[in-house]
Design a protein around this ligand. Structure first.
Ligand code: ABU
Length: 404
C-alpha cells in the first residue's frame, strides 16, 4: 500500500512540477513589454564586432560560418524508454535488429554523400564550413549508474545553440548522447580561444529515476497534461528545442527538454532575452524545428498538423503554412516524423536550402518571396534530421534586435 502511495506521489509530483499549464490552451510564458520599451529595444542594437568568430542572433541573418555534422561511426541506440518515447512505432524492428551495432554501411555512405553535397553547396555560397571529429561511438562507456554506447555527431543543432557570442552546450537527455559534445570539442576550444563565451549546462545523471518508466507512448496526455519520458528532477535540454528570433527565444518542453533545463537557459541568458515556452500538438515532441521555423523577420513557417494556434507574440507575424510532405519516403524514418521536410536552413532573409523532392514547399516558398536552393538530402533522413538539424550556424552577420 505504502509503495503504491509513494508511486502515486512521485508520479503526480513530477507531472505537475514539470508544468502548470494546460496543453489545450496553447500557453506561453511571456514578459510583457510596453510598445515604448519594444521600440527602444529595437533601436538599441548590439553591434557585431567585425572580428567575432561566433555570432548568431536568429535563424536568418546572412550566414558566414556553419558546422555540418558527420555520420562516421554512427551507432544505433539500444532500445530504451527515452528512445521509445519519440520513435515511430514502425521503427522498432530497426532498433531490435541494429540496436548497439553500427548503422548499416550503405545507409552511412548515402547519408555521408548527402552531407558532403550540403558542404559543397554551402562552400559555393561563400560560407565557411567546419566539421566535427568522429568519436568511437560504438565503444561502451559506463557512469556510476548505467552503461551505454554513443550515437553519432550528425546533428550539431541538437547539442549546441549560439546566442550572440555565446555557445551554449546542451546537457542532452539520452544516455547514448552523454559524451556527444566531445566530437565538437576541438572546434569549440578554437572558438573559445578566439573570444567566444562558452556555457556548458550541468548534465543530468540520467540514472533510472530520471526517466518515467511508466511513460506510455499511447497515452501521452494524463491528468489533462502532456507527459514526457524525462522527469523534471534534473536539468535537461537539447538545443534543438529552442529557436531564436533575436531577443525572443522560443522553446518547447519535450521528451528531452524539461522545465529545469529551460529555466537554466533563461537565467543564464538574463534580462536581455525573453524566453517563451510554447506548446504545440506534437504528442511526442523532441526538437522544435519541424514544428515552427522562423524564416525571416515577421515570417514564420509552420507545420499545420501540430500548430493549430500561433502563440503570442509570434501571432503578430505572417504565417506560412507548409504543404504536406511529399511521400513516400524511400528510406525509413527511424527517429523522426515526416515533417523533416520543413527542417530547412536559411542562408539569409531570402535564400533557404530545402530538400529537392519537396516540390510543393519549394513552390510555396517562391510564392512567399523566398529563393529556395534545392539539394538532395533524403538519404540523411533515416538518422533523424534534415538540413537544419545537420547544421549549426556559428556566425551570421547581423545585430541583436527585437522583432516583436
Ligand atoms: N530531430 C528532429 C525530429 C523532429 C521530428 O520528429 O519531427
Amino acid at each position: 500500500m505504502l509503495s503504491i502511495l509513494l508511486l502515486y506521489i512521485i508520479h503526480t509530483t513530477d507531472a505537475y512540477s514539470a508544468s502548470s499549464v494546460d496543453y489545450r490552451h496553447m500557453p506561453i510564458l511571456k514578459k510583457k513589454t510596453s510598445r515604448k520599451a519594444r521600440v527602444d529595444s529595437t533601436r538599441k542594437k548590439t553591434a557585431l564586432a567585425d572580428n567575432s568568430t561566433v555570432w548568431s542572433c536568429n535563424e536568418w541573418d546572412p550566414l558566414e560560418e556553419v558546422v555540418v555534422g558527420i555520420v562516421d561511426g554512427a551507432t544505433v541506440p539500444e532500445w530504451s524508454p527515452e528512445v521509445e518515447a519519440t520513435t515511430p512505432t514502425h521503427a522498432q524492428e530497426f532498433f531490435k535488429k541494429y540496436g548497439g551495432k553500427s548503422f548499416p554501411k550503405k545507409m552511412v555512405e548515402q547519408a555521408a554523400r548527402a552531407l558532403d553535397n550540403l558542404v559543397k553547396t554551402l562552400t559555393e555560397l561563400g560560407i565557411t564550413v567546419r566539421r566535427p571529429r568522429p568519436l568511437n561511438f560504438s565503444k561502451k562507456y559506463e557512469t556510476p549508474w548505467w552503461k551505454s554506447r554513443g550515437l553519432y555527431a550528425a546533428m550539431p543543432r541538437d547539442v549546441y545553440m549560439v546566442v550572440g557570442d555565446t555557445i551554449i552546450e546542451a546537457p542532452m537527455a539520452w544516455r547514448t548522447r552523454y559524451y556527444e559534445s566531445f566530437a565538437y570539442r576541438e572546434l569549440i576550444n578554437e572558438y573559445f580561444a578566439a573570444g567566444a563565451h562558452w556555457l556548458v549546462a550541468p548534465k543530468p545523471s540520467m540514472a533510472g529515476d530520471f526517466y518515467n518508466t511508466w511513460y506510455d507512448i499511447h497515452t501521452p496526455i494524463l491528468y489533462d497534461e502532456k507527459q514526457f519520458v524525462i522527469r523534471n528532477s534534473e536539468i535537461a535540454f537539447d538545443a534543438a528545442d529552442f529557436t531564436r528570433c533575436g531577443r525572443d527565444i522560443f522553446v518547447q518542453k519535450s521528451n528531452v527538454t524539461n522545465t529545469m533545463g529551460i529555466e537554466w537557459v533563461r537565467r543564464h541568458l538574463g534580462s536581455e532575452y525573453n524566453v517563451h515556452v510554447v506548446e504545440f500538438g506534437d504528442m511526442h515532441p523532441m526538437h522544435i524545428d519541424t514544428t515552427i521555423v522562423p524564416l525571416a523577420p515577421g515570417k514564420l513557417l509552420i507545420n499545420p498538423t501540430w500548430v493549430k494556434d500561433i502563440p503570442a507574440p509570434l501571432n503578430s507575424w505572417d504565417i506560412l503554412v507548409a504543404p504536406e510532405p511529399v511521400k513516400p519516403f524511400d528510406l525509413g524514418l527511424y527517429f523522426s516524423s515526416d515533417w523533416l521536410t520543413i527542417n530547412v536552413l536559411s542562408i539569409d532573409e531570402k535564400r533557404v536550402i530545402v530538400e529537392e523532392q519537396e516540390a510543393p514547399l519549394i513552390k510555396a516558398l517562391k510564392g512567399w518571396g523566398f529563393e529556395p536552393i534545392p539539394i538532395p538530402f533524403r538519404d540523411f533522413y533515416p538518422f533523424g534530421g534534415s538540413i537544419h538539424c545537420a547544421t549549426l550556424d556559428v556566425r551570421r552577420r547581423g545585430t541583436l534586435q527585437s522583432y516583436f
